[in-house]
Design a protein. Structure first.
Length: 576
């Protein structure tokens, strides 16, 4: 097979990595030598204060003013264990004293108020709370609450050890469940997933401790859905079991039950409802040898549907908002557009292309953008639907564009491999770039922009650089564990995954990305692409092994291997 010159150059660079890769470890961005202190130091470390504020009602006040009375005289402390993304955080659990003489506590006639301030990185967390006696013996079942740590906020988690439930809060309890109680949830995949139920009092405090309610849930609509009752070790976690049918939905009612008359108290709320929809995604794999695009339905290990009509050397895949699939063929200078179910004859787009290496679709107009990576062409071509007309050509500031992507505001970013720059273009894109990013770049190969607008760049010869908007400042630079990176993906919590072609690993970095990383290597062989499904399972296209490997969080176990129909995989894509 004949390949374009840019493709040949790219594979040659990769093959030569072993010669010079070891010299990259010392490269990095400059930092101020002046040490920061206090809140400034926390912000630079990507952490902010988080305060657990606990109201411990006095027994006399509880007896007179509240029902039921949850506080045992033996209760002296609260154990707080914290996880992020279903992974334990080192240093936890910690305990906070709950007596009037405990540090951080103050008393009134009605209550003792205690607080514990921690420092956590921005992101989503779960805290497991257990009341204990002075010997550390548990006096209540461990209850889990979900919370988020955000910038420019007080980040206070309010807890009360007694109270009348004023509302029931249902929150996401797993990677595979996204959304909210008010807007509805989406459950990704066919596996059962947990949700967390929490009782709140009239002041919005989370009610915990002995005497907290037991919970149950059942579907009131939706065929094939069911719920598993909480266990004694996770008393407020309900597991939702979907039917495994894509697009099916259900409404659940959650009931809080007490051993006394709490639910008959004035203002008490002991029932809540939520809606949930199943999204069983389909996986698409671009196979450079074959050549083909293979389509797999969950759990992805079966025989795929093969798309080969119009496919020559697939280098990139993307969907538009209507579910049409676009396949970039770098050696034939074409992009094929396939309407669902993708097995028919494609619309072929070719005007103005020269080594179609990367493609993107902007959500506003559904225009198709193609990075033309052939040496000397230096263009990105834009095609309006139905894509068969002459393109608009973007050329200002470009120098062998290898990757294109968009941020949430529809700004276009282009990685210029030979120019060692990333150029940004505001709509309508045809003029000079609005920004040219050059600091810290060294053969920029892949791009991704997270939900906050932070730009991540994989530099094939120089690690990962991360730029905060408006991208004019010095980047954060990652070199530890990075060798010949050519693929990037960021999950919803801001964790960064890097496919390192040069040392056959995928490395994972938590915000602020400068700390220790975790390494995925089992089954990884020259990763060409990485992707996450809706449940944050990690998928790796292993170019030399002819496989796609799947890793469930926290990514430390043995992978599931997809091999049927996979030949030199170069791109991965899930249905939206």
């Amino acid at each position: 097979m004949m390949h374009s010159s840019a493709r040949m150059r790219r594979l040659t660079f990769i093959a030569a990595l072993g010669v010079y890769g070891a010299s990259l470890a010392g490269c990095g961005g400059g930092r101020s030598s002046v040490p920061a202190t206090g809140s400034q130091a926390l912000q630079q470390a990507g952490k902010v204060p988080v305060t657990f504020r606990i109201d411990v009602p006095q027994q006399t006040a509880t007896a007179k003013l509240r029902s039921p009375r949850y506080i045992s005289p033996a209760t002296t402390q609260l154990a707080i264990d914290i996880e992020q993304g279903e992974e334990s955080i080192a240093g936890y659990p910690v305990t906070v004293g709950l007596t009037p003489t405990s540090g951080g506590c103050t008393s009134s006639l009605a209550s003792t108020y205690c607080q514990l301030t921690l420092t956590l990185a921005l992101g989503n967390y779960t805290a497991t709370l257990t009341t204990e006696d002075a010997n550390g013996t548990a006096l209540s079942s461990a209850q889990t609450i979900a919370f988020s740590v955000v910038d420019n906020s007080t980040n206070v988690i309010a807890i009360v050890l007694s109270g009348i439930p004023h509302s029931l809060q249902i929150a996401s309890g797993a990677y595979g469940v996204v959304g909210s109680q008010s807007a509805g949830f989406t459950l990704y995949g066919a596996a059962p997933q947990p949700v967390i139920v929490t009782a709140l009092d009239a002041d919005g405090n989370t009610i915990v401790g002995p005497g907290s309610p037991t919970y149950s849930a059942s579907p009131v609509s939706g065929s094939g859905w069911s719920a598993v009752a909480p266990s004694t070790t996770a008393p407020n976690t309900i597991v939702i079991d979907p039917p495994g049918t894509n697009g099916s939905g259900a409404t659940f009612v959650v009931t809080a039950s007490y051993p006394d008359s709490t639910c008959s108290q004035s203002g008490a709320v002991c029932r809540a409802t939520f809606t949930i929809t199943s999204d069983v995604q389909t996986l698409f794999v671009a196979n450079s040898d074959g050549p083909s695009v293979t389509e797999y339905t969950a759990p992805y290990t079966g025989t795929p549907t093969t798309i080969s009509n119009g496919v020559t050397f697939p280098s990139a895949l993307v969907f538009d908002g209507l579910g049409n699939l676009f396949v970039a063929n770098s050696d034939s200078n074409t992009v094929g557009e396939y309407a669902p179910p993708y097995t028919g004859t494609p619309t072929i787009v070719s005007s103005g292309m020269d080594d179609a290496l990367s493609i993107a679709v902007n959500g506003a107009a559904e225009d198709l953008f193609v990075a033309n990576a052939h040496v000397g062409t230096n263009t990105v071509t834009e095609y309006a639907p139905p894509y068969t007309g002459a393109p608009t050509t973007i050329s200002s500031g470009l120098d062998q564009p290898f990757a294109v992507t968009f941020d949430g505001a529809e700004n276009l970013f282009v990685a210029n491999y030979s120019g060692n720059t990333v150029t940004e273009y505001a709509p309508p894109y045809a003029g000079a770039p609005t920004a040219t990013i050059a600091l810290g770049l060294n053969q920029p190969y892949a791009l991704v922009v997270d939900g906050a607008g932070n730009l991540f760049v994989a530099n094939f010869a120089g690690g990962i650089t991360i730029y905060a908007p408006p991208y004019t400042g010095a980047p954060t630079t990652i070199t530890s564990g990075v060798t010949g990176p050519i693929a990037l993906v960021v999950d919803g919590a801001g964790n960064l995954f890097v496919g390192n072609y040069g040392n056959s690993t995928v490395t994972r970095y938590a915000r602020p990305y400068t700390g220790a990383h975790t390494t995925v290597s089992s089954g990884v062989n020259q990763p060409y692409a990485v992707a996450l499904d809706g449940a944050d399972n990690l998928y790796v296209a292993n170019f030399m092994a002819n496989t796609v490997t799947e890793y469930a969080p926290p990514y430390t176990g043995t992978p599931t291997t997809i091999s049927t129909g996979v030949v030199r995989p170069t791109a991965l894509l899930f249905t939206p």
